[in-house]
Design a protein around this ligand. Structure first.
Ligand code: EPS
Length: 398
């Protein structure tokens, strides 16, 4: 089974990802991974850190001559900022005076600081919590997801994302379509499907920054060309809708997830909630996709459509009340350099965590030690569905 572990602290030497269970013979592009890493770093509203980092992947294991070997793939992303933090973050011996200057003792409401301090017995310095809780970790998930995207690309799966709301500014109501998200330009400041509205949104972010505050928002993610039959209704933890929700919710600051028209259908009758089955050419198709591509936790060949709801960044320049853990007296929450909003980056992160979950489900159904085995299994399945499978799936040739 495909599995992913990440490691690394935000200001430590590097981040890494161990992706295990890939078949041998998958040709990878280093540039494609670096491109995903650069997309994640882009976006208006980020703090000074993004000017320091220029994330690039290095491969430590599992690849030879650009092809996977079937062994664990180990990816590393060095933190450029480490050279500024070496005295504070050195794995063996920190400089006491430098570490004291960077010590945090007033937990930020909304961050992992306080719960983490209780859990890991770290009352003296919250840095031991926040370094790993930091959303910098998502760079490792994106590097691994970029590999999964390349795997899925062999079978015609494409994933897109875009910002549907930034704070109170709602740009699109309801679930997004693949076509809508295809309008997002990666080099636009906020990665919305409506570039003409972005100058106004940029001014909004500036105003919020000026107030010492932060912003969240709503993201849309769509996976197109996903074969039917991934996931399973036969066991609760094999349901792909649950696995997707888990992976999306597990990205820092995501507080809610909706599949398809999941929010809207709860308020209406069944006749408007479900998607009629009609003859296609060839095969079958749906005249709507309220289900968001999954029924019974199994893909049905329609686009997988997700929305994620992100809370505003918890590090506030005008901090909320907190308590100094050393003295237990009131003290404003700690503040250090942070983003005003990371909503544009979240879309890229979600594309990549969704890619991991889909690649894992794909390999569970079409398993094989080499890409040729996977391809054979995929094509045999498609032949079996000839005439009555989903229209889009039957039209695809790989
Ligand atoms: C983060 C705080 C900021 C962000 C960071 C996430 O880092 P720093 O404390 O170094 O300024 O920039 O995100 C990244 C570094 C990144 O690459 O996404 C946090 O506390 O979660």
């Amino acid at each position: 089974m495909l599995s992913l572990l990440t490691a690394g602290e935000s200001h430590g030497p590097e981040l890494c990802a161990v992706l295990s269970g890939l078949p041998a013979g998958l040709r990878l592009s280093q540039e494609a991974i670096n491109q995903e890493l650069a997309r994640r770093q882009h976006g208006f509203g980020r703090g000074g850190r993004q000017k320091i980092e220029k994330d690039r992947v290095e491969v430590r294991a599992g690849l030879r001559n650009g092809e996977t070997l079937g062994s664990p793939l180990v990816l590393a992303i060095p933190n450029r900022d480490f050279e500024n933090w070496a005295k504070v973050m050195d794995p063996w011996a920190v400089d006491a005076a430098s570490a004291a200057r960077r010590r945090l003792t007033a937990p930020r409401p909304g961050h992992a600081d306080l719960a983490g301090a209780w859990k890991f017995h770290q009352r003296k310095d919250l840095r031991n919590i926040l370094e790993r809780a930091s959303a910098r970790e998502t760079a490792a998930r994106v590097a691994a997801g970029a590999v999964c995207k390349q795997f899925l690309g062999v079978f015609g799966v494409e994933i897109r994302s875009g910002v549907l709301a930034l704070g109170e500014k709602i740009l699109h109501h309801g679930p997004p379509s693949f076509e809508l998200l295809s309008r997002v330009q990666d080099n636009s400041p906020l990665r919305t499907p409506f570039p003409e509205k972005e100058p106004e949104l940029v001014a909004y972010v500036e105003a919020v920054k000026h107030q010492g505050d932060t912003l969240g928002g709503i993201l849309g993610v769509v996976a197109h060309g996903v074969p039917p039959g991934l996931g399973s209704y036969t066991q609760w933890d094999e349901r792909l809708d649950g696995q997707l929700a888990q992976a999306v919710m597990a990205v820092q600051a995501v507080k809610a997830v909706a599949l398809g028209a999941g929010l809207e259908v709860a308020l209406g009758p069944g006749s408007q909630a479900h998607d009629p089955i009609v003859p296609g050419a060839p095969g079958l198709r749906r005249s709507s996709n309220h289900a968001g591509g999954l029924e019974g936790g199994v893909t049905n060949g329609e686009d997988i459509v997700l929305r994620a709801y992100m809370k505003p960044i918890a590090t506030l320049r005008k901090p909320l009340p907190s308590v100094d853990l050393a003295t237990l007296t009131p003290q404003p929450a700690a503040y250090e350099r942070a983003d005003v909003t990371a909503v544009p980056a979240l879309g890229v992160i979600l594309e990549n965590v969704v890619a991991f979950v889909l690649a894992r489900a794909f390999l569970a159904k079409f398993s094989g030690d080499h890409m040729d085995d996977v391809r054979d299994a995929f094509l045999a399945y498609r032949r079996r569905l000839a005439g009555w499978g989903p229209e889009a799936f039957l039209r695809f040739s790989c």
